[in-house]
Design a protein around this ligand. Sequence first.
Ligand SMILES: [Zn+2]
Length: 300
Amino acid sequence: MATTAPAATPTKSLTDLKEEICDIGRRIYAKGFAAGNDGNISYRLGPNEVLCTPTMMSKGFMQPADLCVVDMEGNQLDGVRRRSSEILLHLTILKARPDIRSVVHCHPPHATAFAVAREPIPQCVLPEVEVFLGDIPITKYETPGGQKFADTVKPYVKTANVLILANHGTVSFGETVEKAYWWTEILDAYCRILMLSKDLGRVTYLTKQETKELLDLKSKWGYTDPRLDPGMENCDICANDVFRSSWNATGVDRKAFDAPPPMGAEPGTAVRPTSPGLDQEQLVKIVTEQVCKQLGISAA
Ligand SMILES: [Zn+2]
C-alpha cells in the first residue's frame, strides 16, 4: 500500500491546516471516538516539522492556538501547550511512510472492542470496506507512550492505512488530515455493523467472485491491496488473512466470527465450525491429531 514517493507539498496555509485539525478533532469527539482528553492528530509540515495536538485537552474543543509544533524526534518547537504524549507513535509512522502527511489516533469503541477481544476483522463482508480498507492488522500490546509502544506498528505500517492497537484503539494515516481520519471512521462503522449483524444471528460473506470484482475495482481506482501482490494469484482471497502470520505473537484468535468461505465453497456460505470457536484450520489440526493418535504416530 505504501509508495516511496514523498507526499506532495501542502497546498493549505498553516492557519487552514490548524483549522482542519481542530475540525477533525470536533468530529472525533462528536463520534465518541475520544473520551476525556483521549486521541491525537498530527500533520507533517516539512522535513523536520510536525504540527500536532496538545496533551490534556479534549479534542472536541481545541482552538488553532492550542496546537503545537515538534521536530521529528518529538522535541517541542512551538506552541503554548505541551505536545501530545503519543507523538512517538505519530513520528514512527511519518518516518516509515514518506508518502503520507497526517496521522490520527483515537479509541473508537467498536474497533477497540475487537482490539480488546483480539478478534481479527473478518474480510469479504462489505463492498466499501473491501475497496477502501482490505485486511486490518492488530498490533502487539505495549504500554502506551514510549518508543517500544510506537514500534509495535512497524511490521504493518507499509501494508495498511489503518491499524488496530491491541487493548488500546486505532491509528490511521493518509495524505491529508481528513483522509487519515476517514479510515478510522470507516473501520469503526464496519466493526459496529459486524457486531449488529452477529447479534441478528447471521453474517453473510461475499463469494470469491464477488470479492474479486471488488478487488478489480480497487486496482482500477488506483488503490493497492496486498491480496493483489505478485505471488498471491492462487491464494484464497477471502480466507487469506494477510496478517494471519502475526496472530500468534499478538494474541489474536478467531472466536466470535466464522472464517470467511474458502475458495470453491458455495456462494455466500461461511465455514460453520462444528464446535463454537473453531475455524477450519483448527478443525484440520484436531482431525489430524486424532487420526495420528489412532495410527500411533506423531502429528508434528
Ligand atoms: Zn490512545
